[in-house]
Design a protein around this ligand. Structure first.
Ligand SMILES: Nc1ncnc2c1ncn2[C@@H]1O[C@H](COP(=O)(O)OP(=O)(O)O)[C@@H](O)[C@H]1O
Ligand SMILES: [Mg+2]
Length: 285
Protein backbone atom coordinates (compact mmCIF):
# COMPACT_ATOMS: atom_id res chain seq x y z
CA UNK A 1 0.00 0.00 0.00
CA UNK A 2 2.74 2.45 1.03
CA UNK A 3 6.44 2.03 0.42
CA UNK A 4 9.01 4.45 1.78
CA UNK A 5 12.58 4.08 0.58
CA UNK A 6 15.69 5.72 1.99
CA UNK A 7 13.86 8.83 3.14
CA UNK A 8 15.99 11.69 4.44
CA UNK A 9 14.67 14.97 5.77
CA UNK A 10 15.92 18.05 7.60
CA UNK A 11 13.90 21.10 8.70
CA UNK A 12 16.83 23.49 8.90
CA UNK A 13 19.08 21.83 6.32
CA UNK A 14 21.68 21.43 9.05
CA UNK A 15 20.51 18.49 11.12
CA UNK A 16 18.87 15.35 9.73
CA UNK A 17 15.59 14.52 11.43
CA UNK A 18 14.88 11.49 9.24
CA UNK A 19 17.90 9.42 8.30
CA UNK A 20 17.22 6.87 5.62
CA UNK A 21 13.80 5.53 6.57
CA UNK A 22 12.66 2.32 4.88
CA UNK A 23 9.11 1.30 5.59
CA UNK A 24 6.38 -0.77 4.03
CA UNK A 25 2.73 -0.72 5.04
CA UNK A 26 0.34 -3.44 3.96
CA UNK A 27 -3.40 -3.51 3.57
CA UNK A 28 -5.31 -5.02 6.45
CA UNK A 29 -2.36 -4.60 8.80
CA UNK A 30 -2.12 -2.57 11.99
CA UNK A 31 1.36 -1.14 12.31
CA UNK A 32 2.51 0.78 15.37
CA UNK A 33 5.48 3.11 15.25
CA UNK A 34 6.97 3.51 18.72
CA UNK A 35 9.63 6.01 19.59
CA UNK A 36 10.44 8.45 22.36
CA UNK A 37 9.61 12.14 21.98
CA UNK A 38 11.53 13.81 19.21
CA UNK A 39 12.51 10.59 17.45
CA UNK A 40 10.82 11.80 14.26
CA UNK A 41 7.44 10.02 14.19
CA UNK A 42 5.35 13.07 13.35
CA UNK A 43 7.89 14.26 10.79
CA UNK A 44 7.70 10.89 9.04
CA UNK A 45 3.90 10.98 9.05
CA UNK A 46 3.81 14.42 7.45
CA UNK A 47 5.65 12.94 4.48
CA UNK A 48 3.04 10.28 3.85
CA UNK A 49 0.50 12.64 2.31
CA UNK A 50 2.93 15.17 0.95
CA UNK A 51 2.72 17.82 3.67
CA UNK A 52 6.51 17.64 3.87
CA UNK A 53 8.77 16.95 0.91
CA UNK A 54 11.75 14.62 1.36
CA UNK A 55 15.27 15.90 0.79
CA UNK A 56 16.14 12.48 -0.51
CA UNK A 57 14.35 9.18 -1.05
CA UNK A 58 10.99 8.12 -2.40
CA UNK A 59 7.47 7.42 -1.24
CA UNK A 60 5.13 5.18 -3.17
CA UNK A 61 1.40 5.10 -2.49
CA UNK A 62 -0.64 2.34 -4.15
CA UNK A 63 2.19 1.73 -6.59
CA UNK A 64 2.66 5.37 -7.66
CA UNK A 65 5.56 7.58 -6.67
CA UNK A 66 4.36 10.61 -4.76
CA UNK A 67 4.59 13.79 -6.78
CA UNK A 68 3.91 17.26 -5.51
CA UNK A 69 1.66 18.88 -8.09
CA UNK A 70 -1.63 20.15 -6.73
CA UNK A 71 -3.56 17.45 -8.55
CA UNK A 72 -1.32 14.63 -7.33
CA UNK A 73 -1.51 15.91 -3.76
CA UNK A 74 -5.31 16.01 -3.82
CA UNK A 75 -5.24 12.44 -5.06
CA UNK A 76 -2.85 11.20 -2.39
CA UNK A 77 -4.77 12.95 0.38
CA UNK A 78 -7.81 10.95 -0.64
CA UNK A 79 -5.86 7.77 -0.10
CA UNK A 80 -3.85 8.71 2.98
CA UNK A 81 -5.78 10.22 5.88
CA UNK A 82 -3.80 11.61 8.80
CA UNK A 83 -5.34 12.24 12.20
CA UNK A 84 -3.15 14.77 14.01
CA UNK A 85 -2.23 14.50 17.65
CA UNK A 86 -4.16 17.61 18.59
CA UNK A 87 -7.73 17.60 17.25
CA UNK A 88 -7.75 21.41 17.36
CA UNK A 89 -5.21 21.34 14.51
CA UNK A 90 -7.61 19.26 12.47
CA UNK A 91 -11.11 20.52 13.15
CA UNK A 92 -11.89 23.74 11.34
CA UNK A 93 -15.68 24.09 11.10
CA UNK A 94 -17.76 25.18 14.09
CA UNK A 95 -20.36 22.38 13.89
CA UNK A 96 -19.53 18.67 13.87
CA UNK A 97 -21.51 17.88 10.71
CA UNK A 98 -19.86 20.72 8.78
CA UNK A 99 -16.43 19.62 9.83
CA UNK A 100 -16.83 15.97 8.93
CA UNK A 101 -18.43 17.00 5.61
CA UNK A 102 -15.51 19.24 4.67
CA UNK A 103 -13.32 16.54 3.15
CA UNK A 104 -16.07 14.99 1.01
CA UNK A 105 -17.22 18.47 -0.10
CA UNK A 106 -13.66 19.25 -1.19
CA UNK A 107 -13.62 16.01 -3.16
CA UNK A 108 -16.45 17.52 -5.19
CA UNK A 109 -18.98 14.86 -4.20
CA UNK A 110 -22.71 15.45 -4.57
CA UNK A 111 -24.73 16.66 -1.58
CA UNK A 112 -26.39 13.27 -1.22
CA UNK A 113 -23.06 11.44 -1.26
CA UNK A 114 -21.57 13.90 1.24
CA UNK A 115 -24.47 13.29 3.63
CA UNK A 116 -24.12 9.55 3.22
CA UNK A 117 -20.40 9.64 3.97
CA UNK A 118 -20.82 11.84 7.03
CA UNK A 119 -23.55 9.60 8.36
CA UNK A 120 -21.43 6.52 7.88
CA UNK A 121 -18.33 8.09 9.46
CA UNK A 122 -20.26 9.30 12.51
CA UNK A 123 -21.88 5.91 12.80
CA UNK A 124 -18.55 4.08 12.61
CA UNK A 125 -17.31 6.12 15.56
CA UNK A 126 -20.56 5.86 17.51
CA UNK A 127 -20.98 9.62 17.62
CA UNK A 128 -24.14 10.17 15.57
CA UNK A 129 -25.59 12.11 18.48
CA UNK A 130 -22.81 14.71 18.17
CA UNK A 131 -23.83 15.60 14.60
CA UNK A 132 -25.24 19.07 15.35
CA UNK A 133 -23.09 19.95 18.35
CA UNK A 134 -20.65 22.86 18.51
CA UNK A 135 -17.11 21.54 18.25
CA UNK A 136 -15.67 23.84 20.91
CA UNK A 137 -18.10 22.47 23.48
CA UNK A 138 -16.95 18.88 23.07
CA UNK A 139 -14.68 16.92 25.40
CA UNK A 140 -11.19 15.98 24.28
CA UNK A 141 -12.25 12.40 23.55
CA UNK A 142 -15.26 13.54 21.55
CA UNK A 143 -13.13 15.98 19.55
CA UNK A 144 -10.70 13.21 18.77
CA UNK A 145 -13.51 11.06 17.42
CA UNK A 146 -14.81 13.92 15.30
CA UNK A 147 -11.32 14.41 13.87
CA UNK A 148 -11.12 10.72 13.01
CA UNK A 149 -14.61 10.79 11.48
CA UNK A 150 -13.50 13.69 9.28
CA UNK A 151 -10.63 11.63 7.96
CA UNK A 152 -12.73 8.48 7.55
CA UNK A 153 -15.31 10.37 5.52
CA UNK A 154 -12.63 10.60 2.83
CA UNK A 155 -12.55 6.77 2.82
CA UNK A 156 -8.76 6.55 2.98
CA UNK A 157 -6.78 3.43 2.14
CA UNK A 158 -4.24 4.27 4.81
CA UNK A 159 -5.41 5.67 8.13
CA UNK A 160 -2.59 7.34 10.05
CA UNK A 161 -3.08 8.30 13.70
CA UNK A 162 -0.48 10.38 15.50
CA UNK A 163 -0.52 9.68 19.26
CA UNK A 164 -4.26 8.98 19.24
CA UNK A 165 -4.45 8.22 22.96
CA UNK A 166 -2.75 11.37 24.20
CA UNK A 167 -5.04 13.39 26.41
CA UNK A 168 -7.55 10.55 26.78
CA UNK A 169 -8.37 8.74 30.01
CA UNK A 170 -7.86 4.95 30.09
CA UNK A 171 -11.49 4.11 29.34
CA UNK A 172 -11.70 6.55 26.41
CA UNK A 173 -8.43 5.15 25.08
CA UNK A 174 -9.84 1.66 25.26
CA UNK A 175 -13.06 2.72 23.54
CA UNK A 176 -11.07 4.38 20.80
CA UNK A 177 -8.99 1.26 20.25
CA UNK A 178 -12.14 -0.85 20.01
CA UNK A 179 -13.46 1.56 17.41
CA UNK A 180 -10.25 1.47 15.39
CA UNK A 181 -10.32 -2.33 15.57
CA UNK A 182 -13.84 -2.49 14.24
CA UNK A 183 -12.87 -0.04 11.47
CA UNK A 184 -10.08 -2.40 10.48
CA UNK A 185 -12.49 -5.32 10.45
CA UNK A 186 -15.03 -3.51 8.33
CA UNK A 187 -12.46 -2.23 5.84
CA UNK A 188 -10.00 -5.02 5.27
CA UNK A 189 -8.45 -3.05 2.42
CA UNK A 190 -7.33 -0.35 4.81
CA UNK A 191 -3.91 -0.14 6.41
CA UNK A 192 -3.56 1.52 9.81
CA UNK A 193 -0.45 3.23 11.12
CA UNK A 194 -0.32 4.54 14.67
CA UNK A 195 2.46 6.52 16.33
CA UNK A 196 2.86 6.31 20.08
CA UNK A 197 5.43 6.17 22.84
CA UNK A 198 3.11 3.78 24.68
CA UNK A 199 4.85 0.40 24.45
CA UNK A 200 2.02 -1.38 26.27
CA UNK A 201 -0.42 -0.33 23.60
CA UNK A 202 1.96 -1.23 20.79
CA UNK A 203 2.63 -4.65 22.27
CA UNK A 204 -0.97 -5.61 22.89
CA UNK A 205 -2.52 -4.19 19.78
CA UNK A 206 -0.17 -4.11 16.79
CA UNK A 207 0.23 -6.68 14.05
CA UNK A 208 3.65 -5.21 13.44
CA UNK A 209 5.81 -2.85 15.47
CA UNK A 210 8.53 -0.49 14.28
CA UNK A 211 10.87 1.22 16.70
CA UNK A 212 12.17 4.64 15.79
CA UNK A 213 15.24 6.19 17.36
CA UNK A 214 16.82 9.50 16.33
CA UNK A 215 15.31 9.49 12.86
CA UNK A 216 15.98 5.85 12.10
CA UNK A 217 13.87 2.72 12.24
CA UNK A 218 16.06 0.45 14.31
CA UNK A 219 13.89 -2.65 14.33
CA UNK A 220 10.58 -3.82 12.95
CA UNK A 221 8.69 -7.07 13.14
CA UNK A 222 6.25 -8.98 15.35
CA UNK A 223 5.44 -7.24 18.65
CA UNK A 224 7.15 -9.86 20.80
CA UNK A 225 10.31 -9.95 18.70
CA UNK A 226 10.68 -6.18 18.65
CA UNK A 227 9.51 -5.11 22.09
CA UNK A 228 11.09 -8.08 23.80
CA UNK A 229 14.50 -7.03 22.51
CA UNK A 230 16.11 -5.51 25.56
CA UNK A 231 18.92 -3.83 23.70
CA UNK A 232 16.66 -2.11 21.19
CA UNK A 233 14.29 -0.99 23.93
CA UNK A 234 17.00 0.45 26.16
CA UNK A 235 18.93 2.22 23.44
CA UNK A 236 15.71 3.77 22.19
CA UNK A 237 14.85 5.21 25.60
CA UNK A 238 11.72 3.06 25.86
CA UNK A 239 10.63 0.55 28.47
CA UNK A 240 9.78 -3.07 27.88
CA UNK A 241 6.01 -3.68 28.14
CA UNK A 242 5.21 -4.66 31.74
CA UNK A 243 3.41 -7.86 30.74
CA UNK A 244 6.46 -8.95 28.82
CA UNK A 245 8.84 -8.09 31.67
CA UNK A 246 6.86 -10.20 34.11
CA UNK A 247 6.57 -13.00 31.57
CA UNK A 248 10.31 -13.02 31.04
CA UNK A 249 10.76 -13.15 34.80
CA UNK A 250 8.49 -16.19 35.03
CA UNK A 251 10.25 -17.77 32.07
CA UNK A 252 13.55 -17.47 33.90
CA UNK A 253 12.21 -18.69 37.23
CA UNK A 254 10.10 -21.54 35.82
CA UNK A 255 11.62 -24.85 34.86
CA UNK A 256 10.65 -25.15 31.24
CA UNK A 257 8.77 -22.96 28.84
CA UNK A 258 5.74 -21.16 30.29
CA UNK A 259 4.01 -21.15 26.90
CA UNK A 260 3.04 -18.56 24.30
CA UNK A 261 4.04 -15.03 25.37
CA UNK A 262 0.98 -13.22 26.78
CA UNK A 263 -0.01 -9.90 25.22
CA UNK A 264 -2.07 -8.50 28.05
CA UNK A 265 -2.77 -8.92 31.77
CA UNK A 266 -5.50 -11.53 31.24
CA UNK A 267 -3.21 -13.73 29.17
CA UNK A 268 -0.39 -13.21 31.66
CA UNK A 269 -2.63 -14.37 34.53
CA UNK A 270 -3.41 -17.52 32.56
CA UNK A 271 0.29 -18.23 32.16
CA UNK A 272 0.83 -17.68 35.89
CA UNK A 273 -2.05 -19.97 36.86
CA UNK A 274 -0.69 -22.65 34.50
CA UNK A 275 2.72 -22.36 36.14
CA UNK A 276 1.25 -22.60 39.60
CA UNK A 277 -0.62 -25.81 38.87
CA UNK A 278 2.36 -27.31 37.04
CA UNK A 279 4.60 -26.57 40.01
CA UNK A 280 2.12 -28.17 42.41
CA UNK A 281 1.89 -31.23 40.20
CA UNK A 282 5.70 -31.49 40.07
CA UNK A 283 5.83 -31.40 43.84
CA UNK A 284 3.16 -34.09 43.99
CA UNK A 285 0.61 -31.86 45.75
N1 LIG B 1 8.45 22.41 12.44
C1 LIG B 1 9.67 22.05 12.89
N2 LIG B 1 10.76 22.81 12.67
C2 LIG B 1 11.98 22.44 13.11
N3 LIG B 1 12.23 21.32 13.79
C3 LIG B 1 11.19 20.51 14.05
C4 LIG B 1 9.86 20.83 13.60
N4 LIG B 1 9.03 19.83 14.01
C5 LIG B 1 9.81 18.94 14.66
N5 LIG B 1 11.11 19.34 14.69
C6 LIG B 1 12.24 18.59 15.28
O1 LIG B 1 12.35 17.33 14.63
C7 LIG B 1 12.65 16.29 15.55
C8 LIG B 1 11.60 15.21 15.45
O2 LIG B 1 10.36 15.71 15.92
P1 LIG B 1 8.98 14.96 15.74
O3 LIG B 1 8.88 14.47 14.35
O4 LIG B 1 7.91 15.85 16.24
O5 LIG B 1 9.17 13.71 16.72
P2 LIG B 1 8.10 12.81 17.48
O6 LIG B 1 6.81 12.96 16.75
O7 LIG B 1 8.66 11.44 17.42
O8 LIG B 1 8.03 13.32 18.88
C9 LIG B 1 12.75 16.96 16.91
O9 LIG B 1 14.08 17.20 17.19
C10 LIG B 1 11.99 18.26 16.74
O10 LIG B 1 12.51 19.25 17.57
MG1 LIG C 1 4.96 13.53 17.45
Amino acid sequence: MVEVQDLWFSYDKKRWVLKGIDMELRRGEKTVLVGSNGSGKTTLFLHLNGLLVPDKGTIKVSGNFLSYTKKALTEVRKRVGIVFQNPDDQIVAPIVFQDVALGPVNLGLSEGEVKKRVKRALNELNIEELRDRKVHELSEGEKKKVAIAGVLAMEPELLVLDEPMSGLDPQSSKDLLTIIDSLCEQNDNMAVLVATHDVELAYEWADRVMVMRDGEIVKSGKPYDVLGDEEVIKSSRLAMPRVLRIYKGIEMAACGNPGVPPRNIEELLKVMRGNYWNARRRMGL
